[in-house]
Design a protein around this ligand. Sequence first.
Ligand code: AAL
Length: 431
Amino acid sequence: MIKIVIFLVASLAFISCQQKQETVATQDTVNEEFPFFIPAEKPNRPLSAAVKRNYDAYDNIRPEQTELYTQFKYTKLKGFDYNDGDGTITRRDPSKVIFENGKYYVYYTGRKSPVKPVGMARAKEATDVIPSADWDLSDIWYATSEDGFTWEEQGIAVARPPKPQPGWRSVTTTDILKWKGKYYLYFQAFMEASGLRGDFCPVSVAYADSPDGPWTHTGKIVIPNGPEGAWDQYSIHDPYPLVHDGKIYLYYKGDFDKRPELKPSKIRMQGLAIAEDPLGPFIKHPLNPVVNSGHETTLFPFKEGVAAIVQRDGQEHNTIQYAKDWVNFEIASITELLPVAAGPFVPDAFTDTKNGRGITWGISHIINADGNWNHTMLVRFDCDLSQDVDDQGMKDHHYNYSPEFHFKHALNQKQKERIKKQTEELKININ
Ligand code: AAL
């Protein structure tokens, strides 16, 4: 009996001492500094919200080791002439790049007009030869390349159709789908000069048996504007098809909510419409909008999900995002100098892949290329958003912007006057 009592007392003493040690350890941990060598795994200790986010919100705590982090490098393209930037030629909003017949193809908005655009604000002055916006009175052009750097413009792929077909005013901002051996070009189909009411248009589609055409207009609106009061009731922009789950996942932008008191709106969002056939019907996702920022949609299959380059507008601009389910996007990384209206080379865009490899280059555009808002130019971007490449030269951070670049973003007169007034008020209060 005595032995049992002694054993029980000893056990209780051991457990109590053990608990104290753990408590002491916890106390010590709380008082311990965060370690010099950053733990690769989330440490079992009190953490600030920010450090918790480092472990919970991102694939890796280090950008340079994050597959969906990259910087972007740019190269001027050879083969495109812009009439010395006088505004009579513009090329913009390129499609994804495809590789067929031993060369690269890219499709884009091309405008060649006798005069430069008058601007959306003066859309009433536009005629059937005077463009309102940079993308007004445009056709879908295309070019080919052996190396992705020097391009040969081949001409118009999809021309404006006759009235009253969708796109008779302008066909723009196209993207390509390859499906069961045929090619489809989705595009914004303007039926009024952009700027008259807004940048309003639905999306139509043309098809061909070859990437060189000839292209046949369907004359159909395949992504219609939403119902009155809906977020996408006026503008269906930037159609961007990918193949997933045996269907066509077409992402697009809806320009909306530009109330005068909110001008100029700094937010754009992206939606998703899904179809089993390239000519529709496309069913818009009930959770639309699915991306809360961005301007032109740029996406690519990555692992089992889809990644998005989200640039220019909205709270989450300058991010690369990821949706494992192709619908619910989370921020994967934050970066800078993102390609605008990017059309990446996505080898597995149409293969219904279950393990998307990612991208390393594509074509994007630079608006206001001449500084007087006359035209937009196509450029090449390179990056490392690929499972098959580890280019640490693309995983750097903090571009060095020159003093001239900084001083180009100068105070305006109103800001100078506010600052002057603040200083004067300080002097008055002191005296
Ligand atoms: C682009 C795209 C769409 C808009 C206009 C031309 O950046 O968002 O195509 O309509 O601007």
